[in-house]
Each structure stands twice: as C-alpha cells, then as structure tokens.
Design a protein. Structure first.
Length: 182
C-alpha cells in the first residue's frame, strides 16, 4: 500500500471514529487487514471484520478478521454496536444493497449505528489518473457500480433507520453518512 492509499484510508478512519463510543463492539465490512482495529485498540471493546481479499482469518485479543463476503463471513452469534462500511457501498451491486441493509439490521443492536463513507462518482476518474501515475495501488474502481451518495438514504430508509449525520469531506469528493437503528 502506498502513502496516498494509507492517507486516504486513515482520513476515513478519522471521520468515522467520532461516531464510535468507548467500548463499542465494531463490525467492519471491507476491513482489509484490520488496520482500523489496530488504530482504535484500547478505544473499542472488540472488532470483527470481513473482507473478500483476505486469504485467512486472523484473531487477536482485540479483533477477529475473516475472509469472505458480508454477511456470510460474519461468525454466528455476532451482535454489535457499530457497523462500519468505509468506501464499501459503491462496491455492492445495486440488487444486493437491500440484502446488505437486512443483514445490518440483524447484526446491529437497537440504537446501534451504521457509519458509511462513499465517494462521489467523479472520484473514479481521479483514481484512474492516480493509478496511472502509480501514486496509489488502486481502490478496485473496476468494482464500482456508479453509486450516487444520496442513494445511501434509500439503502437505509426510515423508519428502520434514522439519519444522524450526513457530511461531505475531502473537498466534497467523499461523503459520510451515519444511521442509527431505531
């Protein structure tokens, strides 16, 4: 992972953290190698992550990361305070998005939060240029489905979810959404 990849990832972590409370159990969809859990060690209670790019599971006292897709790769019996999907929703085919919301509903405690970041579709062009210049390793832009940020509101609709926060960041090229399960 190159410097710019790490920087962009860490900005997303920083934007999500204010919506996680001390001691929360966090399920991270698209966790990569679990770096967010390492950075939040001592702050969160426990982290569970899933990522299709992992080749094997990795378990420590503070986190568990599993290879595979969400929600199939989540171990049975998981119930969490927060679900994070940082730069993930744009990789989910539109036909699968309602299933994703149903899975979140099953795994998330009442009053729990879903914290999402999603880029603006115009970011794909910028990422292609940065990849061409070898400034980033790549963000799997070939898997993007043209997701429009405002569509997050339809994926997690009321009355099941309440929008708590919506904010743009990184010059408006990225979007943060926080939903609370009602």
């Amino acid at each position: 992972m190159k410097f710019l990849d790490r920087y962009l990832r860490d900005v997303r972590f920083a934007r999500a953290r204010p919506f996680v409370r001390l001691g929360d159990s966090v399920l991270d969809v698209g966790c990569a190698d679990g770096e967010m859990f390492r950075q939040w060690r001592g702050f969160i209670g426990h982290g569970i992550g899933v990522d299709p790019c992992l080749s094997e599971k990795h378990v420590t006292a503070s986190m568990e990361v599993y290879p595979g897709l969400f929600p199939q790769a989540v171990p049975p019996g998981v119930s969490c305070d927060v679900i994070t999907m940082l730069a993930v929703l744009e990789h989910i085919p539109p036909i699968e998005q309602s299933k994703l919301a149903d899975a979140c509903d099953t795994l998330l405690k009442r009053g729990g939060r879903i914290v999402i970041t999603v880029p603006s579709p115009r970011v794909d062009d910028i990422l292609h240029v940065l990849e061409g210049l070898r400034l980033i390793d790549g963000m799997s832009t070939h898997e993007h489905y043209g997701f429009e940020p405002h569509d997050a509101l339809a994926v997690f609709p009321p009355p099941r979810y309440k929008l708590v926060k919506r904010r743009r960041f990184q010059l408006g090229l990225n979007n943060l959404f926080v939903f609370e399960k009602t």
